[in-house]
Design a protein around this ligand. Structure first.
Ligand SMILES: Cc1cc2nc3c(=O)[nH]c(=O)nc-3n(C[C@H](O)[C@H](O)[C@H](O)COP(=O)(O)OP(=O)(O)OC[C@H]3O[C@@H](n4cnc5c(N)ncnc54)[C@H](O)[C@@H]3O)c2cc1C
Length: 504
């Protein structure tokens, strides 16, 4: 495998935007994808991307709402940058082909929680999918190299400077070592540590963050995990906040409303959880909304409710529960997306750019991945200008004892890690969820610290597309990330934003 000037790990919205921004004729740029770019979690985003582009709104209002939601833990400078760049970013996305919904000729906007403005630009309720697809189209029209079916195993650095990466080729389990002058991590978040109590895709267990941590990166604010109020009860599939933004209400099994539906997500999610603790079911009720309006603006939600819950939203309320949705913490970066390792950048949900502070506003994270994706690409391009490839022996990194061991026949270690993952997720939902206290957090930590990886094995010993092996490596990363999340939650004694201490 060749050397790359800039190698981007992760092919979601943050990774692909970075690639487009880093692109320059003559530079060798690669995007590593665990499967294929269109499988990235960014495709799941529904509700919209924030920008103050209407006459009734302003950049100042957007800054104010974001700061308010961040509850003092956001960085004002970063938030100002995010909100100022937002209108330009929408213009850019529009110019490269994102098919935003429109009213007359203007880009349509809807209201999400935590603001009084209709600020989220959308493409029906497929906003993430349409943005991602447009980014992919633009990437494949340039000579950017897509390295599909590769999983990042390790970052290679020397004297606190990035020099390359170690990848696992999932197609044949070969280890590929690539020299790179600069690396951008865009590996997404970690909310899927909550398993079936999460709206996220299965990749989102924080592998990239754990790998960065191992390499010496600073990570921060890992205790802040946002729960979305309205995930389908039996599958945790998200029903977008836009459904409430457009007038949907929340009712309990007595038919009573119990919360202002447009309060911030943490408040609504906690109110729902408390209803559930009183053995009441909770429903999202769209029955009063105009049928044509729903079909035009929320077509995906109608299909999801039918497909996964067998609910006709026009005649029945949708059973829901809060589920882990967005991880705020991550790899510490500055305004240029630089980490504390030279030449290594982080962007998107795997990073902590201090945009969201203690709570994230709906619509601000699609915005973050584009604004900071553009910045990360520019920063990396600037960085490599006077850099050469570092000399190191590829063969020194070509093996993995851990993988060799897993592929051996060893019937003594026969515990099923999928079952363990399931148990762990449930425990996290109950003890490290919407309400936290020291006793439960310590119990959870004790449980995770006693998971002994050597007791588990994988059944599939094949070298061709061995996804079980990759999922086991992710499980290993997930355990490390889970420990960090719980320790951070123990350390933060006060309730703030999405981190609610019932003993605080
Ligand atoms: C259901 C849902 C709805 C949402 N709706 C909205 C919305 O309406 N508005 C909004 O602002 N935000 C929304 N969000 C949040 C937003 O979509 C995400 O925060 C954002 O898309 C994250 O983008 P990303 O590029 O950082 O990561 P991702 O899109 O998660 O991409 C990460 C990539 O890294 C890859 N990867 C991970 N680990 C490795 C590894 N070790 N090796 C190789 N590759 C790896 C993954 O496979 C993936 O390709 C939503 C999220 C969900 C789950």
């Amino acid at each position: 495998m060749d050397n790359f000037d800039i190698l981007i790990i992760g092919s979601g919205g943050a990774g692909l935007t970075s690639a487009l921004s880093a692109y320059k004729k003559g530079l060798k740029i690669g995007v590593v994808s665990k499967s294929y770019p269109n499988n990235s979690q960014s495709a799941m985003a529904q509700g919209g991307i924030n920008a103050s582009i209407s006459e009734s709104d302003s950049i100042e209002e957007h800054i104010k709402d974001t700061l308010k939601s961040a509850k003092g833990l956001g960085d004002r400078k970063v938030i100002e940058l995010l909100c100022k760049e937002a209108p330009k970013v929408i213009e850019w996305l529009d110019s490269i082909g994102v098919p935003f919904s429109r009213i007359d000729s203007n880009i349509a906007q809807r209201q999400l929680g935590g603001t009084e403005q209709k600020r989220a630009c959308y493409a029906e309720d497929y906003t993430g999918l349409k943005i991602l697809q447009t980014l992919i189209d633009n990437v494949i029209n340039r000579d950017i190299i897509l390295l599909n079916n590769r999983f990042l195993l390790d970052l290679i650095s020397k004297n606190s400077k990035i020099i390359g990466v170690k990848l696992l080729n999932i197609e044949n389990l070969e280890i590929e070592v690539i020299k790179a002058k600069s690396v951008i991590l865009a590996t997404g978040g970690y909310s899927k540590i909550y398993g079936e109590y999460s709206t996220n895709s299965k990749d989102a267990v924080g592998s990239g963050i754990n790998i960065a941590l191992k390499a010496g990166c600073k990570i921060s604010n890992m205790e802040f995990i946002q729960f979305h109020p309205t995930a389908l009860k039996s599958s945790s599939i998200l029903i977008s906040e836009s459904a409430r933004g457009e007038g949907g209400v929340l009712i309990n099994s007595d038919g009573a409303r119990f919360v202002d539906e447009l309060s911030t997500r943490d408040e609504v999610a906690r109110a729902i959880y408390l209803q559930m603790q009183k053995n009441k079911s909770v429903f999202l009720d769209l029955r009063k909304l105009d049928k044509n309006f729903l079909m035009e603006n929320l077509p995906q939600e109608i299909k999801l409710a039918k497909l996964y819950e067998n609910i006709d939203v026009f005649t029945e309320p949708i059973p829901i529960k809060p589920s882990a949705h967005y991880s705020i913490g991550g790899i510490d970066v500055n305004l240029k997306c630089e980490t504390n390792i030279d030449g290594l950048y982080a962007v998107g949900e795997c990073s902590n750019a201090k945009v969201h502070g203690a709570n994230r506003l709906g619509g601000n994270s699609l915005l973050e991945i584009i604004v900071f994706g553009l910045i990360a690409g520019e920063s990396a391009k600037e960085y490599i200008k006077d850099k050469n490839f570092n000399n190191f022996e590829i063969r020194d990194y070509k093996n993995s004892d851990f993988i060799d061991e897993l592929l051996k026949d060893n019937s003594d270690n026969n515990k099923n890690f999928y079952e363990e993952k399931h148990k762990l997720s449930k425990l996290l939902y109950e003890k490290v969820g919407l309400f936290r206290d020291e006793v439960n957090l310590k119990e959870a930590l004790n449980y995770v610290e006693n998971i002994n990886l050597s007791e588990f094995s994988i059944k599939d010993k094949n070298r061709i597309f061995n996804t079980e092996l990759v999922e086991f490596i992710e499980f290993k990363n997930m355990i490390e990330i889970t420990k960090v999340v719980i320790k951070s939650a123990i350390e933060r004694k006060e309730s703030i934003g999405v981190h609610f201490r019932s003993d605080g």
